[in-house]
Design a protein around this ligand. Sequence first.
Ligand code: DX5
Ligand code: ZN
Length: 212
Amino acid sequence: MKVAVSFLSHKESLEETIKKIDETSADYIHCDMMDGIFVPDKTQTVADYKKLFKNINKKLDVHMMCCSPNKYVKEFAKMSNVEYLTLHYESHRRPIDVINMIKHTPLKVGIAINPETKVSHIVPLLKSIDQVLVMSVKPGKGGQEFIEDILYKIETLKELREENNYNYIISVDGGINDKTVKLVKEAGADMVVSGSYIVKSDDYEKQINSLR
Ligand code: DX5
Ligand code: ZN
Protein backbone atom coordinates (compact mmCIF):
# COMPACT_ATOMS: atom_id res chain seq x y z
CA MET A 1 0.00 0.00 0.00
CA LYS A 2 1.34 3.42 -0.96
CA VAL A 3 1.07 6.12 1.67
CA ALA A 4 0.66 9.86 1.09
CA VAL A 5 0.89 11.99 4.21
CA SER A 6 -1.33 15.05 4.69
CA PHE A 7 0.05 17.80 6.92
CA LEU A 8 -3.26 19.67 7.28
CA SER A 9 -3.67 18.77 10.98
CA HIS A 10 -0.06 19.56 11.90
CA LYS A 11 0.73 20.06 15.59
CA GLU A 12 4.24 21.48 15.14
CA SER A 13 4.94 24.32 12.72
CA LEU A 14 4.11 23.73 9.07
CA GLU A 15 7.80 23.86 8.10
CA GLU A 16 8.83 21.42 10.82
CA THR A 17 6.00 18.99 9.99
CA ILE A 18 6.84 18.97 6.28
CA LYS A 19 10.52 18.44 7.03
CA LYS A 20 9.66 15.51 9.31
CA ILE A 21 7.43 13.89 6.66
CA ASP A 22 10.25 14.36 4.14
CA GLU A 23 12.52 12.23 6.36
CA THR A 24 10.11 9.26 6.48
CA SER A 25 9.48 6.45 3.98
CA ALA A 26 6.18 8.07 2.83
CA ASP A 27 5.59 7.78 -0.90
CA TYR A 28 4.18 11.30 -1.26
CA ILE A 29 3.42 14.44 0.67
CA HIS A 30 -0.30 15.07 0.15
CA CYS A 31 -0.81 18.80 -0.19
CA ASP A 32 -4.37 19.97 0.48
CA MET A 33 -5.23 23.32 -1.02
CA MET A 34 -8.53 24.97 0.00
CA ASP A 35 -9.90 28.25 -1.32
CA GLY A 36 -12.54 29.09 1.30
CA ILE A 37 -15.24 28.74 -1.39
CA PHE A 38 -15.41 25.10 -2.45
CA VAL A 39 -14.87 24.29 1.26
CA PRO A 40 -15.19 26.79 4.15
CA ASP A 41 -11.52 26.78 5.18
CA LYS A 42 -8.68 28.44 3.33
CA THR A 43 -5.10 27.16 3.24
CA GLN A 44 -1.86 28.46 1.75
CA THR A 45 -1.68 29.62 -1.87
CA VAL A 46 0.39 28.08 -4.68
CA ALA A 47 3.02 30.78 -4.13
CA ASP A 48 3.30 29.79 -0.44
CA TYR A 49 3.60 26.13 -1.36
CA LYS A 50 6.30 26.93 -3.87
CA LYS A 51 8.40 28.40 -1.05
CA LEU A 52 7.52 25.73 1.49
CA PHE A 53 8.54 22.83 -0.75
CA LYS A 54 11.64 24.41 -2.23
CA ASN A 55 14.09 22.18 -0.38
CA ILE A 56 11.89 19.11 -0.01
CA ASN A 57 12.82 15.85 -1.71
CA LYS A 58 9.50 14.01 -1.73
CA LYS A 59 7.08 14.18 -4.60
CA LEU A 60 3.80 15.99 -4.01
CA ASP A 61 0.28 14.68 -4.41
CA VAL A 62 -1.70 17.92 -4.68
CA HIS A 63 -5.41 17.88 -3.81
CA MET A 64 -7.17 21.07 -4.92
CA MET A 65 -10.39 21.70 -3.00
CA CYS A 66 -10.98 24.88 -4.97
CA CYS A 67 -13.52 26.34 -7.37
CA SER A 68 -11.94 27.20 -10.73
CA PRO A 69 -9.07 24.68 -10.34
CA ASN A 70 -7.93 25.72 -13.84
CA LYS A 71 -6.56 28.92 -12.28
CA TYR A 72 -3.77 27.05 -10.48
CA VAL A 73 -2.56 24.58 -13.11
CA LYS A 74 0.13 26.76 -14.67
CA GLU A 75 1.75 27.63 -11.33
CA PHE A 76 1.73 24.04 -10.02
CA ALA A 77 3.25 22.87 -13.29
CA LYS A 78 6.22 25.14 -12.62
CA MET A 79 7.00 23.35 -9.35
CA SER A 80 9.49 20.56 -9.89
CA ASN A 81 8.21 18.27 -7.10
CA VAL A 82 4.54 17.98 -8.05
CA GLU A 83 3.64 14.55 -9.46
CA TYR A 84 -0.17 14.43 -9.20
CA LEU A 85 -2.47 17.42 -9.55
CA THR A 86 -6.02 16.51 -8.53
CA LEU A 87 -9.21 18.52 -8.99
CA HIS A 88 -12.66 17.78 -7.63
CA TYR A 89 -15.28 16.56 -10.08
CA GLU A 90 -17.77 18.81 -8.24
CA SER A 91 -15.60 21.92 -8.53
CA HIS A 92 -15.94 22.72 -12.23
CA ARG A 93 -18.70 22.71 -14.86
CA ARG A 94 -16.49 20.92 -17.37
CA PRO A 95 -13.88 18.88 -15.48
CA ILE A 96 -12.63 17.42 -18.77
CA ASP A 97 -11.38 20.88 -19.80
CA VAL A 98 -9.23 21.13 -16.68
CA ILE A 99 -8.06 17.53 -17.12
CA ASN A 100 -6.94 18.34 -20.65
CA MET A 101 -5.22 21.47 -19.43
CA ILE A 102 -3.23 19.42 -16.88
CA LYS A 103 -2.45 16.82 -19.53
CA HIS A 104 -0.68 19.53 -21.50
CA THR A 105 1.82 19.89 -18.62
CA PRO A 106 4.31 17.27 -17.35
CA LEU A 107 2.02 16.59 -14.34
CA LYS A 108 -0.16 13.55 -13.77
CA VAL A 109 -3.85 14.28 -13.35
CA GLY A 110 -6.28 13.13 -10.67
CA ILE A 111 -10.02 13.48 -10.16
CA ALA A 112 -11.47 13.53 -6.63
CA ILE A 113 -15.04 12.59 -5.76
CA ASN A 114 -16.98 13.62 -2.67
CA PRO A 115 -18.55 10.86 -0.53
CA GLU A 116 -21.98 11.45 -2.10
CA THR A 117 -20.76 11.52 -5.73
CA LYS A 118 -21.30 8.31 -7.65
CA VAL A 119 -18.61 6.68 -9.78
CA SER A 120 -21.01 6.72 -12.76
CA HIS A 121 -20.50 10.50 -13.02
CA ILE A 122 -16.78 10.16 -13.70
CA VAL A 123 -16.88 7.12 -16.00
CA PRO A 124 -16.36 9.23 -19.16
CA LEU A 125 -13.24 10.76 -17.56
CA LEU A 126 -11.56 7.54 -16.44
CA LYS A 127 -9.69 6.90 -19.67
CA SER A 128 -7.92 10.27 -19.36
CA ILE A 129 -6.69 10.23 -15.79
CA ASP A 130 -3.84 8.90 -13.62
CA GLN A 131 -5.53 8.90 -10.21
CA VAL A 132 -9.01 8.70 -8.70
CA LEU A 133 -9.11 10.19 -5.23
CA VAL A 134 -12.06 8.67 -3.39
CA MET A 135 -13.02 10.91 -0.48
CA SER A 136 -13.90 8.93 2.63
CA VAL A 137 -14.84 12.08 4.56
CA LYS A 138 -16.52 15.33 3.54
CA PRO A 139 -13.69 17.45 2.13
CA GLY A 140 -12.48 20.41 4.14
CA LYS A 141 -11.17 19.19 7.48
CA GLY A 142 -8.74 16.70 8.94
CA GLY A 143 -9.57 14.37 11.80
CA GLN A 144 -13.03 13.23 10.67
CA GLU A 145 -14.45 9.74 10.88
CA PHE A 146 -14.06 7.34 7.93
CA ILE A 147 -17.30 6.79 5.96
CA GLU A 148 -17.60 3.07 5.20
CA ASP A 149 -20.32 3.60 2.57
CA ILE A 150 -17.66 4.65 0.05
CA LEU A 151 -15.94 1.23 0.00
CA TYR A 152 -18.04 -0.08 -2.90
CA LYS A 153 -16.65 2.73 -5.08
CA ILE A 154 -13.14 1.34 -4.73
CA GLU A 155 -14.36 -2.06 -5.91
CA THR A 156 -16.24 -0.52 -8.84
CA LEU A 157 -13.22 1.54 -9.89
CA LYS A 158 -11.02 -1.54 -9.74
CA GLU A 159 -13.43 -3.52 -11.92
CA LEU A 160 -13.72 -0.70 -14.45
CA ARG A 161 -9.93 -0.45 -14.65
CA GLU A 162 -9.57 -4.16 -15.29
CA GLU A 163 -12.37 -4.33 -17.87
CA ASN A 164 -11.09 -1.34 -19.84
CA ASN A 165 -7.33 -1.44 -19.27
CA TYR A 166 -7.33 1.99 -17.66
CA ASN A 167 -4.22 3.27 -15.94
CA TYR A 168 -5.34 5.25 -12.88
CA ILE A 169 -4.37 4.48 -9.31
CA ILE A 170 -7.13 4.40 -6.69
CA SER A 171 -6.36 6.55 -3.67
CA VAL A 172 -8.54 7.04 -0.59
CA ASP A 173 -8.53 10.22 1.51
CA GLY A 174 -9.93 10.84 4.99
CA GLY A 175 -10.13 9.07 8.33
CA ILE A 176 -7.39 6.57 7.51
CA ASN A 177 -5.77 4.77 10.45
CA ASP A 178 -4.50 1.23 11.16
CA LYS A 179 -8.10 -0.07 11.33
CA THR A 180 -9.78 1.67 8.39
CA VAL A 181 -6.79 0.95 6.14
CA LYS A 182 -7.69 -2.75 6.31
CA LEU A 183 -11.12 -2.11 4.78
CA VAL A 184 -9.62 0.02 2.05
CA LYS A 185 -6.94 -2.55 1.30
CA GLU A 186 -9.50 -5.33 1.06
CA ALA A 187 -11.59 -3.26 -1.37
CA GLY A 188 -8.53 -2.85 -3.62
CA ALA A 189 -7.10 0.66 -3.15
CA ASP A 190 -3.52 1.36 -4.26
CA MET A 191 -2.84 4.34 -2.02
CA VAL A 192 -4.13 5.93 1.17
CA VAL A 193 -3.89 9.54 2.27
CA SER A 194 -3.46 9.85 6.00
CA GLY A 195 -3.17 13.02 8.06
CA SER A 196 -4.01 13.18 11.77
CA TYR A 197 -3.09 9.55 12.40
CA ILE A 198 0.49 10.40 11.39
CA VAL A 199 1.16 14.08 12.09
CA LYS A 200 -0.50 14.09 15.49
CA SER A 201 1.68 11.16 16.59
CA ASP A 202 5.20 11.18 18.04
CA ASP A 203 6.52 8.58 15.59
CA TYR A 204 5.61 9.28 11.97
CA GLU A 205 7.54 6.30 10.59
CA LYS A 206 5.88 3.80 12.90
CA GLN A 207 2.40 5.05 11.91
CA ILE A 208 3.25 4.98 8.20
CA ASN A 209 4.51 1.42 8.47
CA SER A 210 1.30 0.33 10.17
CA LEU A 211 -0.59 1.39 7.02
CA ARG A 212 1.53 -0.50 4.49
C1 DX5 B 1 -9.72 16.44 4.00
C2 DX5 B 1 -8.39 16.39 3.35
C3 DX5 B 1 -7.55 15.25 3.80
C4 DX5 B 1 -7.26 15.27 5.27
C5 DX5 B 1 -6.95 13.90 5.75
O1 DX5 B 1 -10.49 17.38 3.39
O2 DX5 B 1 -8.51 16.27 1.96
O3 DX5 B 1 -6.39 15.10 3.03
O4 DX5 B 1 -6.23 16.13 5.61
O5 DX5 B 1 -6.76 13.98 7.10
P1 DX5 B 1 -7.21 12.84 8.12
O6 DX5 B 1 -6.34 11.65 7.87
O7 DX5 B 1 -6.99 13.48 9.43
O8 DX5 B 1 -8.67 12.53 7.85
ZN1 ZN C 1 -6.75 15.64 0.79
